[in-house]
Ligand binder design. Sequence first.
Ligand code: SAH
Length: 353
Amino acid sequence: MESTDKRDIRKLSQEELEEFFVKKGDKKFRAKQVYDWLWNKSLKNFDDMSNISKETREMLKDNFIINHIHVDLMQHSVDGTIKNAVKLFDDKIVESVLIPTSKRITACVSSQVGCSLDCNFCATARLKRMRNLNPDEIYDQVVAIKEEAETYFNRPLTNIVFMGMGEPLLNYNNVIDAIEKITSPDGLGMAPRRITLSTVGIPKMIKKMADDGVKFNLAISLHSAINETRSRLMPINEVNPLEDLSDALKYWYKKTKRKVTYEYVIWEGVNDDEKHAKALAKFCKIIPSKVNIIQYNPIDEGEFRQASKEAVDLYVKILENEGIVAKVRKSRGQDIDAACGQLANKNEVGQLS
Ligand code: SAH
């Protein structure tokens, strides 16, 4: 970690940077030039800012630092998936994943170090929450994966999902700030419709997103449309039951006219029966939606087991009969613990301490 009192320059907005330059007797547009290097070109040190005079660069170095993530470990799965262990300025580690398919290259990024939510099937929950990621730390994860997509696949990054470590709606302001920079032409210029935020479903925050007029996609980790089962899987459901989630989703749809995706894992003996499948089909009618049935990725020798193919087929049949689109998603990157719910810094000794 850098021990310095200097400010991280990327914590400043472009307007704040403009004020800084004006105060130093420089031109306002210098801020735009520097901002462009910092975000659009993701430069890691002041000396590479070739259109900025040496004098100004020295002045910037006297006042600021550029905190940057470092990819500490990169693991390649047999299926092409890449997992990055990303070291932050305070030596904490988060993970992000590049998922290649024939049509897309998706970056799965983290929003928090660890997670506070205790979903009892998820490896990240075991880490507990350590801190929120800053906007630049989220942005940098995307940049790292974009570069890997170009280097290893010679293809552009096409999609971003907030399905890594943490709960994005519990770090709302920083996630929104990062998405603004990712979508801005001065940043990465990605279309908002290519971004999906995945949440356990915090009703109050879903309403806030709707009010804020966000343009990206929303995915809800549902896993059960029956309160009793869902509360056992995801303790957050005890204080935010399905009725409240349902209200928030109606509000979301009314305001945004965007459908939602439900992520759903089917476990043996937990939710693999007709009763649960029918409850899901009913829940899906609340607003236009589709379902991604995700394969369970075992995280230990624990109580959960992936349901049988028959149970998955039963779900698909029941959903399709009701006119609901349901896709069964293959798991990716399991061999390197890069699949959904497996992100837990396994290679990082000491992270849990
Ligand atoms: N906190 C957010 C984003 C992180 S989890 C959320 O809950 O949506 C990303 C997805 O992986 C969620 O749908 C989560 O429920 C799912 N997941 C967690 N553990 C899993 C596991 N072991 N196997 C399969 N999916 C899992």
